[in-house]
Ligand binder design. Structure first.
Ligand code: NAG
Ligand code: NAG
Ligand code: NAG
Length: 627
């Protein structure tokens, strides 16, 4: 066989190159470890970490201090009791085959980089106990870490809530968070064989029934925690005994009526709901209905309220890769992607115990029957004693709030007038549908604001977070929901079917001015003077013509229409409920609006303006005139 010289040279170089670059896995791991070590300080005890090293392990014995070896294979890092300080560069460990990482009993402080933890995809145990790590543990810190078994974070200075992503770890057997400053409620852990320790934190509320067989020493030292294995949760005290007995009797009577009603209702409409939940059950005969109804509330089950969506189990959902979309006081939301790649939104509510489970699911089914292009459809729900999850589609273009107030790239134009008009018409239609379909609700929406108006790719608006007042705890609703910031609620503790009109008015003013209603979303109750000031300032500038958002790119063609919408907004914001328009009137006026003024619109506008301003908001402690 003959080769050209060139080929031979090439082969020679190729061999040489291989000899240089081929190093054992352990050698490259050693390089990574050395880099990791450089991010730490006080590392005297790691003095034998010297490169080069061919093997990190000799059987079960590590060659370098603080490594874990399994029969010749490097599998973990165990740097304990070494007085280590500095930053923990978790990111640099991403290419190591780590099954365990322990930094227990050191002198670390500051935040641990939980956001990088997911890069250690095979990790089975994480030990960070006995340091001074502080800050919140992000809700999605453990998302997708399916192998994780032990999470030991006790004796640190962590704050915030127990991260929800722990519920997505199917193999979790040991969770230790004791002696931190963790607050909020304990979520419904469902993993079997799980042992927890939450002692000495600031947790509150009832212990989930799934954890009631744990040792009491796992929960002590949390002043506001109750229920098995601790003391039973006290019913609200200070109710006179007689009242209590009467309430109980009435309650029982009501329950009997409701059950009777449910049975009859089910006979009439056999199994419609079960069919949509579980085809298997649907095969069964009608006389088992009530039984099925009970069975449907097994631990950890998702209930689907419509038929046109992909089916999955709660477990699939909890294991799916997820990201946090927002975690407001009202409830957190996550975006999760299932097998089909179809993104979903999971809303997590902890303050939804206003009604029992039958009534809750009844309400959810009612919402599931709603169908309108301007409403975000409810797909499924989960009912846990402490926690409720509501599952909906993901709407890709974000919220109206983010378009109005978010950062844009320089070339990206703002929403023009035509788009804004389309949006407000869609919002009005969605609201009108809610009012028609939910005649028994005092507040058919209750939480209308720009961040709850989502936009699809054609800028068609879709309302979310509607009709939740019947199930949200009253006190929580009063703190967070928009309807309870209305003048009638803050002044006379009253909400009516005109309260959503007020929220619509604020939304219109926000849409037209592009300005965020200052402190509108401020928590708590009490007269909201800032909001009054805000509305006032809009009204005042209307006279100077400065009020409209410049991003609308208005020519003269639409200005008359914009002014009309502004007047509509003001009439909806009327402080006095009797004088405020009802929804029907507001919607009629909105539907009349056009993109462009016709020729005679502009002249006729003046007289109509008179008509509006005679009905414009007047004062009730807050002056709207700029006299
Ligand atoms: C240890 O590894 C050797 C060779 O890699 C293998 O033959 C032996 O079975 C392993 N021992 C155990 C206990 O896994
Ligand atoms: C831990 O760090 C603190 C300062 O951050 C220092 O005062 C203390 O001596 C350190 N403890 C040990 C054991 O190194
Ligand atoms: C929980 O941790 C505390 C230490 O803070 C300990 O005293 C208690 O025994 C632990 N409980 C369980 C069940 O391990």
């Amino acid at each position: 066989m003959t080769y050209t010289l060139r080929t031979l040279f090439f082969m020679f170089f190729a061999l040489l190159l291989c000899a240089i670059t081929a190093s054992s896995d352990d050698e490259s791991y050693a390089r990574i470890l050395t880099k990791f070590k450089s991010s730490l300080s006080n590392t005297n005890m790691l003095n034998n970490w010297i490169e080069p090293v061919e093997n990190l392990c000799n059987g079960y014995k590590p060659i370098w201090t603080g490594l874990v070896c399994d029969n010749g294979t490097f599998t973990g890092i165990k740097l304990e009791n070494m007085g280590l300080e500095g930053t923990v560069d978790v990111d640099s460990l991403a290419d190591l085959p780590l099954l365990s990482l322990s930094l227990m009993n050191n002198n670390f402080s500051g935040t641990f980089p939980y956001n990088d933890l997911k890069k250690l995809g095979k990790l089975r145990s994480l030990y960070l106990a006995n340091n001074r790590f502080n800050g919140d543990i992000p809700d999605d810190a453990f998302s997708g870490m399916k192998s994780m078994r032990k999470v030991v974070l006790g004796f640190n200075e962590h704050t915030g809530k127990i991260p929800m992503s722990l519920l997505g770890l199917p193999r979790l057997v040991n969770l230790q968070l004791q002696n931190n400053h963790i607050e909020g409620r304990i979520p419904d852990f469902w993993q079997q064989n799980l042992i927890v320790n939450f002692t000495h934190n600031k947790l509150e509320g009832p212990i989930p029934s799934t954890l009631s067989s744990q040792d009491a020493s796992s929960f002590s030292g949390n002043i506001n925690l109750c229920g098995k294995p601790l003391e039973p949760c006290k019913p609200k005290k200070s109710i006179p005994k007689i009242a209590f007995i009467i309430a109980a009797v009435v309650g029982v009577a009501l329950a009997v009526i409701i059950i009777a009603f449910l049975i009859c209702w089910r006979r009439e409409r056999p199994l419609k709901y079960e069919k949509s939940i579980d085809n298997h059950h649907a095969e069964e005969a009608t006389h088992k209905d009530t039984e099925n109804y009970e069975n449907n509330f097994e631990q950890g089950k998702l209930y689907f309220v419509r038929n046109d969506r992909e089916r999955f189990e709660l477990e699939n959902l909890l294991r799916a890769p997820a990201e946090v979309l927002g975690s407001g006081g009202f409830g957190s939301s996550y975006k999760a992607e299932l097998f089909s790649g179809q993104p979903l939104v999971v809303r997590r509510f902890q303050q939804m115990n206003n009604v029992g489970k039958e009534e809750f699911s009844e309400h959810m089914r009612r919402l599931g029957r709603l169908s309108h292009p301007n409403l975000l459809p409810l797909m499924a729900f989960y009912y846990g004693k402490e926690e409720k999850l509501l599952i909906t589609d993901f709407v890709e273009y974000g919220s109206l709030a983010s378009h109005l107030h978010g950062k844009r790239s320089p070339n990206q134009p703002g929403l023009d007038w035509a788009t804004r008009l389309k949006i407000i018409k869609g919002v009005a239609r969605g609201l009108a549908y809610l009012y028609k379909e939910l005649p028994s609700l005092g507040l058919p929406h209750g939480h209308l604001k720009s961040s709850n108006v989502l936009l699809d790719s054609t800028f068609e608006p879709v309302l979310s977070d509607y009709a939740l007042t019947p199930v949200i705890n009253k006190e929580h609703a009063q703190r967070f929901m928009v309807a309870y910031k209305s003048p009638e609620s803050t002044q006379s503790d009253l909400v009516t079917r005109k309260t959503d009109v007020w929220s619509l008015g604020i939304l219109i003013l926000e849409l037209l001015t592009g300005r965020f209603p200052a402190n509108y979303l401020k928590q708590g109750r009490g007269p909201n003077a800032d909001l009054a000031t805000w509305v006032n300032s809009v009204v005042r500038e209307e006279w100077t013509g400065e009020v409209f958002d410049k991003d609308m790119n208005l020519g003269r063609h639409g200005e008359g229409q914009m002014l009309r919408l502004l007047k509509i907004g003001m009439c909806c914001c009327e402080w006095n409920v009797d004088r405020r328009w009802d929804l029907k009137e507001a919607i009629e006026k909105i539907e009349e609006l056009k993109e462009r003024d016709s020729d005679d619109d502009y002249s006729s506008y003046a007289s109509e303006g008179e008509m509006y301003s005679s009905r414009a908001p007047t004062n009730d402690g807050f002056s709207f005139s700029n006299a």
